[in-house]
Design a protein around this ligand. Structure first.
Ligand code: HEC
Ligand code: HEC
Length: 262
């Protein structure tokens, strides 16, 4: 009965109605290039490189497109030691591959595998929240934990959003000086913001550091942080979805938090 029931659930859990031609072609690209010799998806594959089950949700298509064109732009051999070979894919193969990975990301894998190796700095939604942060999100606490809430302090509440937004800001940003990951460090952001607004090549609409930070979150391409690994063809690799997924209150807290980082 269990087997029969499992098979009955597959179409719903796997979104089989979303299996477009693009997704199928992308799966062929995935197989032809032996991505699985280094990576896992849905718990299958080799453990040399990060799990890619939810990669489209953590990185977004613009970033992945640039990464797959030339991975060496994103990893430096001295710092990372392991490098991904350039798969030499053309633009169609890359967009098919991303469609396939996005289909995989939307499979309801019921949290399997339980502890995948993630790309640096990323976490599964909610995974690295402190007890206080879990309490603030109204989540059930681990047994014996005392809820100490972030209370009403906008900076503390903003830090919760920084870790818990989807995808988490911590997937791409560090707040430590000089630590640049998929996105630039946010240390010293407020000071930098003032200089950017004053510079002659700034074309956005912000007049204050707070407005600049807000604009960077909801319209990442309004100003592009210098560096080839952050944007291509005038488009930021940062997801442009936060204006819709975060409430205005969450955005306000996030700006307060980021403006406080020296
Ligand atoms: C020879 C091993 C190897 C193969 C084959 C390989 N990769 Fe990778 N991949 C890596 C390594 C190593 C990293 C970087 C891991 C690190 O150090 O953080 C990586 C990282 C990635 C990332 C994460 C980038 C980021 O910063 O978020 C993606 C996406 C990715 N690979 C996709 C693919 C795809 C798609 C294929 C098949 C076309 C593939 N890889 C084939 C080794 C490999
Ligand atoms: C997939 C990776 C990614 C995620 C997730 C991400 N960012 Fe970014 N972010 C970037 C990249 C790349 C840039 C640099 C390009 C640009 O200027 O938009 C950037 C730029 C920024 C900047 C401007 C920095 C500067 O010096 O100009 C701010 C502020 C920022 N991000 C905040 C956030 C916040 C807050 C979140 C979470 C709500 C977030 N980011 C999530 C990749 C990401």
């Amino acid at each position: 009965m269990l087997t029969v029931d499992s098979h009955r659930q597959f179409p719903g859990l796997t979104n089989s109605d979303q299996l477009s031609d693009e997704v199928i072609r992308g799966q062929d690209v995935w197989h032809a290039n032996n991505c699985i010799n280094c990576h896992t998806i849905l718990g299958e594959g080799a453990y040399y490189a990060p799990d890619l089950t939810k990669i489209t949700q953590m990185r977004g298509a613009p970033y992945l497109t640039a990464f797959l064109k030339d991975p060496s732009q994103f990893y430096d051999e001295e710092r990372h030691r392991r490098l991904m070979p350039n798969p030499n894919l053309d633009d169609d193969e890359i967009s098919d591959l991303i469609a396939f990975m996005d289909w995989v990301a939307n499979v309801d894998n019921q949290n399997w595998p339980p502890r995948p190796i993630l790309v640096k700095g990323t976490s599964l939604p909610g995974a690295d929240l402190s007890v206080a942060q879990q309490a603030d999100k109204g989540e059930e606490l681990p047994p014996g934990a005392t809820p100490v809430s972030a209370g009403k302090d906008p900076v503390a509440l903003g830090e919760v959003v920084f870790r818990s937004a989807t995808p988490a800001c911590t997937a791409c940003h560090s707040i430590a000086p000089d630590v640049n990951m998929a996105g630039p460090t946010l240390a010293g952001l407020a000071d930098r913001a003032e200089d950017i607004i004053d510079s002659s090549d700034y074309e956005g609409n912000a007049a204050t550091a707070e407005e600049f930070i807000h604009e960077s979150i909801v319209a990442p391409s309004a100003y592009l942080h210098p560096g080839e690994m952050y944007s291509a063809e005038g488009k930021s690799f940062m997801p442009a979805t936060y204006g819709e997924t975060l409430s205005s209150e969450e955005l306000e807290h996030l700006v307060a938090y980021l403006a406080s980082i020296k």
